[in-house]
Design a protein around this ligand. Structure first.
Ligand code: FEO
Length: 398
């Protein structure tokens, strides 16, 4: 049975949600699922904007067929070739053999790499090109690295709708809702939106900035991403988040204490520094055990907060592996512009502070506080901790 929803009189959402998939891109947990959004425009020509992952293929294809009725699919606009959207391209071509595909030159190349039979049906477009489907005219805005190099977004000039590919998307399945004004976004969606953005697109802040600049010149009435909810109000809220995330500006004056502890002694130190901060009036503090918290969540929180305290045990004279993985992800995702404090522990030898500092100092605009707290197996006195708490509390008041 089809499951579709009208977006406008001419445009229908034909996507689907996946709640079975454990790992998005086989790496990021999605306990609340994910949606793959596609849209059919019924004009003089019929147009499909992006496709869907194979995991929701049967539902998606049934949706497309239902909306088309007895008409063929004339055009596909493929903004992004990552298989979570393009995997069903081959099946669509089999079902609609006369369909033309509008995409960038690089997307056409990727279609060949994925061995889709597209060579003689591709209509390659560039920045600013337009196509008219009848009542609706669209223009194309190239958006490389948001999130792959072939990406473009498509703007429906007639209705002011931006088909934004991965941009403005989010993890989380759709619970019957489709529009941002049908949910309490700040309570129920923003954390999964942030975790999606930071882990999928977080590395490409400058490219997102370019897209935001281009989009600011468009009269946008609705944003239709390929994951998550459609935005038709409160653009300022969303743009403020994107502005901060893409410039690596913290969202909040807040402290994240991420600790790596084998037998509880480093965890104890993490608890003590958190408590000392709260006693000094810094109450916006969160704590994470890096051994038990998925890296995608650690990364997401690191983008949110202004101050990070890393507390780690020394392991085989190196950085405890989950903490090392976290640091490598921070570096890979281009995280910058944070104030970081270090607490190190070691029983044989305390090496981890210097090693973490070296990694952090190789990242951009990281303010790594000078005074590390050093523990030998256990914390013996509170002097260094008090000094660190004083320093962070004072820094947060700046
Ligand atoms: Fe949702 Fe980059 O694909």
């Amino acid at each position: 049975m089809h499951c579709v929803r009208k977006v406008t009189d001419d445009l229908t959402w034909v996507g689907a949600s996946d709640r079975r998939l454990a790992l998005f891109e086989n790496i990021h947990p999605i306990p609340e699922g994910v949606s793959y959004n596609s849209y059919v425009l019924m004009d003089q020509q019929t147009v499909l904007f992006d496709a869907a992952d194979w995991s929701v293929g049967p539902q998606f294809l049934e949706n497309v067929a239902f909306v088309l009725g007895d008409r063929p699919l004339d055009v596909m606009v493929i903004n992004h070739m990552e298989p979570d959207h393009a995997a069903t391209l081959g099946e669509l071509i089999l079902r609609y053999p006369d369909v033309k595909i509008i995409c960038t030159a690089k997307a056409a190349m990727f279609m060949q790499q994925y061995e889709f039979d597209t060579a003689d049906r591709v209509d390659i477009v560039k920045e600013g090109d337009t196509r008219c489907f009848g009542k609706h005219t669209v223009t194309f805005v190239i958006a490389p690295m948001v999130h792959w190099p072939e990406v473009m977004v498509t703007y429906d000039v007639t209705d002011g709708i931006l088909f934004s590919a991965d941009a403005f998307g989010s993890f989380k399945a759709l619970d019957g809702k489709l529009f941002n004004d049908e949910v309490d976004y700040d309570r129920n969606w923003i954390d999964e939106n942030r975790r999606y953005y930071t882990n999928i697109v977080g590395k490409y802040g400058p490219q997102v900035q370019k897209l935001l600049g281009k989009a600011s010149g468009l009269d946008i009435k609705m944003i239709c991403p390929v994951h998550g909810l459609i935005w038709r109000s409160d653009f300022a809220y969303l743009l403020d988040k994107y502005q901060k995330w893409s410039t690596y500006e913290p969202e909040e004056q807040a402290v994240m204490v991420a600790y790596a502890s084998m037998y509880g002694h480093t965890e104890s130190a993490a608890n003590i520094i958190a408590q000392k901060l709260v006693e000094r009036g810094v109450t916006n503090v969160v704590m994470y055990d890096v051994s038990k918290t998925d890296k995608s969540q650690l990364i997401s929180e690191t983008f949110r907060v202004s101050h990070v305290i890393l507390a780690s045990v020394t392991y085989n004279l190196g950085i405890f592996p989950p903490m090392h993985d976290f640091l490598m992800d921070m570096k890979a995702l281009n995280l910058q512009n944070r104030t970081v404090a270090l607490i190190e522990n070691g029983t044989w030898a305390c090496k981890v502070g210097a090693l973490m500092r070296k990694e952090l100092e190789s990242m951009k605009k990281m303010n790594v506080l000078e005074a590390d707290v050093t523990m030998t197996s256990t914390l013996k006195n509170e002097t260094e901790m008090d000094a660190l708490a004083d320093t962070i509390a004072a820094d947060m008041k700046k």
